[in-house]
Every structure is written in structure tokens, then in C-alpha cells.
Design a protein around this ligand. Structure first.
Ligand code: GH3
Ligand code: MG
Ligand code: MG
Length: 241
């Protein structure tokens, strides 16, 4: 029987003692297999309504509880502004992705993306406009990567994309596609009241040796990003290693 179902005890014979015994046994058996409540004949209308109400209330409560748990899990692993994974989620998965790739001899590449002169977006157009840019940026990243790639908001205006089973050459093509997708089309801000040209710089690094860890790859991608900034921004720089 489905949880939440209400069972009726069997119709009983006339003898009150006999009836009580059979009814109770049926009720006990019912409760054991997951019945939530039962009624004994003759059925009292008010009791039926009260018990049904209680069951409905319990079911709704259970559903709310489940939704809350689901929501908490989502909040724990995603960034609320962009809906990308958050830094904690990325950090807890990157380690095992790198280990897996290293032990199987598979490639893995990682991008660190940072919006150029983002402070001037906030300063010139307001924090809400800055948030609009971050949201749209996340949408464009999502459209540029595969399902198995892991995109996360790493910090304020800094993002990381992890690409399993992807070597440096392919990752460079993806990075360049993302860079172009950002630079080639202006970003709408303030519900379309204005638009802005945005560019990003990208640092790229790949799993290079079996001794590589999440931290060393991230660090090399970060150094490559620093070079991209220094060399004039709006560009992709790959780690030399
Ligand atoms: P660069 O080209 O060197 O990257 O310059 P930048 O201005 O982008 O770099 P900087 O690190 O100086 O500025 C980052 C700015 O990002 C500063 C901060 O106000 C802004 N920021 C961080 N998080 C958020 C956010 O959630 N919303 C908005 N609107 N701005 C944010
Ligand atoms: Mg920046
Ligand atoms: Mg930054």
C-alpha cells in the first residue's frame, strides 16, 4: 500500500468482542505495512473529515520539508547571482577530477576568466549594472561549454571553467570562442536601458604531469591570466608548461 493511503478495517461481524478483535488485528496489520491512519465502522463523518485533514496537513508538511532540503542543497553548491557552481563546490570536485585524469592518462584543462576593468563598470554605471553584466557573462559561458565541463564563479568577477578530457589545444579554441562571444556583442544593462562593451582576459593551463594537483594547475592558469592582463587584456594566454 502507498504511504499516505488510508485503509478501512474489514467489515466486522455483529459480535462486539469478536468485532473488536478482528478490527484491531486488521488495523495493526495495516499500520505495519505503512498505513497512516484507519477508521472503524460505523464511520463518523466528523472523525473522517478530521483525520483526512490531518493526513493532508502531514503530506504538505513533508513536501515543504523536501523542497527546503532540495533548495538548501542548491544554495550550498551554486552562486545565487549567476546560478553557476560556487567556489566551494568547484574546489571540492576539482581535486578528484584532476586525480582521475592523471591516473587514467586523460587530459584536463582549466580556464580562469576575469572581466577587464570591471571596477569601472560599477563605478560608471552602478552596482546593479555590474550585476547585470555578471549574470549575462555567466549565461554566455554556459552556452559556450559542454555538459561535462564545470563552470563556477570563483570570486567577484572571476570565473573558472574545468574541462575534463580536453587537451590544451582544444581548450584554447574554447577559450577563444568565449572571449569572442563576450567582446563581439555588447551587454544589456538596466533592463535594456543601456548597453556596454565588455571584454575578458583568460588564463589557460592543463594537466601536465602525474604530480600535478588542482592547486598547481589553478596557479599556472592564474599566472597565465596575469600575463593576459599585462599584455593588454581581451586575450587568451596559455601556460607555457
Ligand atoms: P582588471 O582588468 O585588472 O581585472 O580590473 P578590474 O577593475 O576588473 O579588477 P578589480 O579586481 O580591481 O575589480 C574587481 C571589481 O569587481 C571590484 C568589485 O567592486 C567588483 N565586484 C566584485 N563582486 C561583485 C558583485 O557581485 N557585483 C558587482 N556589481 N561587482 C562586484
Ligand atoms: Mg577584473
Ligand atoms: Mg579580478
Amino acid at each position: 500500500m502507498q504511504p499516505g493511503a488510508v485503509a478501512r478495517a474489514h467489515p466486522q461481524p455483529a459480535d462486539p468482542h469478536h468485532r473488536r478483535g478482528r478490527g484491531q488485528r486488521a488495523a495493526a496489520a495495516g499500520l505495519e505495512i505503512g498505513v497512516n491512519d484507519y477508521l472503524v465502522r460505523p464511520i463518523d463523518r466528523n472523525e473522517l473529515v478530521a483525520r483526512a485533514r490531518t493526513q493532508i496537513r502531514k503530506k504538505r508538511y513533508g513536501e515543504r520539508l523536501r523542497d527546503n532540503v532540495q533548495q538548501s542543497i542548491e544554495m550550498a553548491i551554486t552562486d545565487s547571482l549567476t546560478s553557476l557552481y560556487n567556489r566551494r563546490y568547484m574546489e571540492s570536485h576539482l581535486g578528484s577530477l584532476v586525480e582521475q585524469a592523471a591516473s587514467r592518462g586523460k587530459p584536463l584543462s582549466l580556464l580562469v576568466l576575469d572581466i577587464d576593468y570591471f571596477k569601472s563598470v560599477n563605478d560608471g554605471f552602478g552596482h546593479d549594472a555590474g550585476d547585470d553584466v555578471l549574470r549575462e557573462f555567466a549565461t554566455r559561458i554556459r552556452k559556450s561549454i559542454r555538459g561535462i565541463d564545470l563552470a563556477c564563479r570563483y570570486g567577484g568577477e572571476e570565473f573558472v571553467v574545468v574541462m575534463p578530457e580536453t587537451d590544451m589545444a582544444v581548450a584554447a579554441v574554447v577559450a577563444e570562442r568565449i572571449r569572442r562571444r563576450i567582446a563581439s556583442e555588447p551587454f544589456q544593462i538596466n533592463q535594456g536601458a543601456g548597453s556596454l562593451d565588455v571584454t575578458i582576459s583568460i588564463g589557460l593551463a592543463a594537466l601536465a604531469t602525474v604530480d600535478d594537483s588542482a592547486a598547481t594547475i589553478l596557479k599556472r592558469a592564474d599566472q597565465a591570466l596575469y600575463r593576459a592582463k599585462r599584455d593588454g587584456r581581451n586575450r587568451v594566454v596559455a601556460d607555457a608548461a
